[in-house]
Design a protein around this ligand. Sequence first.
Ligand code: FFO
Ligand code: ATP
Ligand code: MG
Length: 210
Amino acid sequence: MEPPREGGSEMAAALWAAKRALRAELRHRLRAMGAAEKQRQSRLLSRKVIGHSKYQESKRIAIFLNMPDEIQTEEIIKDIFKQGKECFIPRYKPHSNHMDMLKLSSAEDISSLTLTSWNILQPSDDDSTREEALAGGGLDLIFMPGLGFDKKGNRLGRGKGYYDTYLGRCMKHPSGKPYTIALAFREQICESIPVTEDDVQVDEILYEDC
Ligand SMILES: Nc1nc2c(c(=O)[nH]1)N(C=O)[C@@H](CNc1ccc(C(=O)N[C@@H](CCC(=O)O)C(=O)O)cc1)CN2
Ligand SMILES: Nc1ncnc2c1ncn2[C@@H]1O[C@H](COP(=O)(O)OP(=O)(O)OP(=O)(O)O)[C@@H](O)[C@H]1O
Ligand SMILES: [Mg+2]
């Protein structure tokens, strides 16, 4: 992770170090979780999502294809298609903070995706056939990944700013800012999260006892 280039104030350096330390702690906490416990919480959240009014009202939804230390999203993705909603998934560009949300045509379409160097499934760079969410009707709802969250909606991601930057683009779209719901293991809920002015809060966090 690169330290912040601009500003260079002690404040910014301390904040960057605090984020880095908290990311390390959260990665450690997540590594200590067993597979059965991850599956238990993931299933519980899938049911919460499927019963959630914001989800039910949303037609164009962005969701992530989970990594091993994230809430498993497969059941939610299947439900999105079952309900006839439109599903978009991230394609990030390495060494930048650029990410697009590209249309997934079906749950089976996931098998046509390729693994990135960070072991995330996404459409390949030369795939130009897929609709980008903001080129069309925008998004109603974004499910947010992240390493840690606090109860105020502050979010700590993986340190590249992809989602913060994408939400900035969403705000310029005529359809306006999508509703954002973070999906978290209870182990990811923190007392507080260090943030800068670039960090966009999430509207809601779903976890086991919320
Ligand atoms: N499932 C999922 N997909 C996603 C995200 C996510 O958080 N979860 N992203 C959300 O942004 C974007 C990808 N962002 C990522 C940012 C960092 C790393 C990562 O593992 N970095 C390494 C190396 C860091 C470095 O080179 O400095 C690491 O942290 O060890 C992975 C994905 C788009 N797709
Ligand atoms: N809206 C933005 N526009 C431009 N740069 C941004 C924006 N948001 C964040 N950044 C930059 O991206 C870098 C990483 O930001 P941050 O530490 O908040 O990542 P993150 O939110 O944890 O990661 P991610 O969103 O990828 O999961 C920082 O240097 C930050 O200045
Ligand atoms: Mg951020």
